[in-house]
Design a protein around this ligand. Structure first.
Ligand code: HEC
Length: 454
């Protein structure tokens, strides 16, 4: 559930950040055209367009970027810790490029109108290069989360950075950035006070940035191919939600691509502000679909095979099964007085530690919706074998007593939190849970699935 907050913010941020990069490419291209005398209205457009770009992408982009750090540190401090531990120099390098981007962009914003053509082109080139390199560095870290590749064995920074999905993802994002910028440009052009002929010429030039979209299906396929097999199978049908978002993203991109190819590039259609807005919305949907799939495909990990989404390492699960997952949890529950007995209270703590990153109790992906109608026996079994119940969940990582407490907590919530609630402590039940936990093992669910096929 907390993931949704990050997800929503993240999609917005990615859209803006990619727009800032693509916007740089577009303006550099236009400035160059203007220097060659090929597009007389280009400079007027760039000066107007850039103000929008600066306002929107710098201010909101920077704000949402900081917002991302805030929310993700709240939700998953251990993941952020691992990322910073592993890639601190890469982050630092990324930051210098971002600073360069801001400085170049600001200089252009402030002094661009007074400079000659060469200096303008230089500043825009610098801005674009710096912006693209900040993508380059971040892309290595984000793609490492899904496919850490040879880093898993060697711990080598560059093996993790140039991982199997690095290149397809980098090219894909670059082309997406150019496409988004072209669409926003189309909107700005259509509402700007240019002559009709100038508008048409500007539009046609802006549409050139949509041409690389033709390669997107190929890059998408490359990306899918480089993904772990289980992740890929969820995207391609295994998980309805993920497949739906994938379809939405791919479909929206396809629509934009077809319109760009036939409407703008081949037939040179004029595009009005309504159509441009609609295309931008499609671009946003495509971004949202893509980001949702990328984030979702990583489950049950935040860093593949290294850190589970609920902040445990695979190696820790064995210990936690012996010692209990919340035995050393120092944080009290906020509503501790509401629980009818210590067992339910323990269950609530186990829920908070192991399940709450992905589930709510009664809301989105709520446990009461998912398991509230099951018999108690069924819930015990399915939670004991959590990674087999759905392979995008980590293995259960606590004692049989904790599991029983969690099941009672779900039952209590499903019964609308009655004042009195029986404490269960049947040794035979606990022994059965222990057997199920042992049968389930501590390997992730997808590993067991590929084991069976062999
Ligand atoms: C990494 C994220 C993640 C974690 C952690 C997680 N789950 Fe899930 N769980 C999911 C997703 C995603 C689904 C699929 C929901 C759906 O099918 O609509 C799911 C489904 C379920 C279901 C329904 C399964 C079915 O077959 O219908 C239950 C029950 C469940 N989870 C319980 C738990 C419990 C209990 C915990 C904590 C011990 C937990 N989950 C931890 C992501 C997670």
């Amino acid at each position: 559930m907390k993931g949704l907050v990050i997800g929503g913010l993240g999609i917005f941020h990615v859209f803006l950040a990619q727009f800032a990069i693509g916007g740089g490419v577009l303006m550099t291209y236009f400035e160059w055209l203007s220097g060659k005398g090929k597009l007389p209205s280009a400079r007027r457009f760039t000066s107007g367009y850039f103000k929008v770009l600066v306002l929107v992408s710098f201010v909101v982009g920077a704000l949402t970027g900081v917002g991302m750090w805030f929310t993700s540190i709240q939700t998953s401090p251990r993941t952020i810790g691992l990322m910073v531990d592993t890639f601190h120099w890469v982050w630092a390098t990324e930051w210098t490029f971002f600073s360069l981007e801001v400085i170049a962009g600001y200089c252009f914003y402030r002094y661009g109108d007074r400079l000659d053509g060469r200096s303008r082109l230089f500043l825009l080139g610098l801005y674009t290069t710096a912006a693209w390199f900040s993508l380059f560095w971040i892309n290595g870290i984000l793609s490492w989360q899904l496919t850490p590749g040879a880093w898993l064995e060697s711990g080598n920074l560059w093996a993790g950075f140039f991982n199997p999905t690095f290149w397809p993802s980098l090219f894909f994002r670059t082309f997406a950035a150019m496409a988004i910028a072209a669409l926003v440009a189309a909107l700005v052009i259509s509402v700007s006070p240019f002559e009709r002929d100038e508008q048409k010429e500007l539009l046609h030039r802006a549409a050139h940035l949509l041409a690389p979209m033709a390669l997107m299906p190929l890059l998408g396929a490359w990306y899918l191919f480089a993904m772990p097999k289980d992740s890929r199978s969820w995207v391609l049908g295994g998980s309805p939600a993920m497949s739906m978002f994938f379809g939405l993203g791919a479909g929206a991109s396809l629509l934009v691509g077809l319109y760009a190819l036939f409407g703008l590039l081949l037939r040179r259609l004029y595009i009005n502000s309504a159509t441009a807005s609609l295309l931008i919305v499609l671009g946003f949907v495509a971004t949202a679909g893509g980001e949702f799939v990328r984030e979702g495909a990583r489950k049950p990990f935040t860093v593949r095979e290294t850190l589970y989404s609920n902040a445990m390492t695979p190696a820790e699960i064995l210990t936690l099964r012996e010692q209990g997952s919340v035995t050393h949890d120092p944080y009290p529950l906020r509503d501790a007085a509401d629980y009818p007995n210590d067992q339910v209270l323990l269950g609530a703590k186990v829920y908070r530690f192991q399940c709450s990153v992905c589930h709510t109790v009664g809301g989105v992906n709520g446990l009461v919706h998912l398991a509230g109608t099951w018999t108690e026996e069924q819930t015990r079994l399915n939670v004991a074998k959590l990674q087999h119940t759905k392979p995008f969940m980590p293995p259960f990582a606590g004692t049989p007593e904790e599991l029983e407490a969690l099941v009672r907590f779900i039952e209590w919530e499903a019964a609308s939190r009655p004042k009195d609630f029986e404490v269960t402590r049947d040794p035979a039940t606990l022994a059965q849970i222990k057997r199920w936990l042992d049968e389930a093992g501590t390997a992730p669910g997808y590993a067991a699935a590929s084991e069976k096929k062999r």
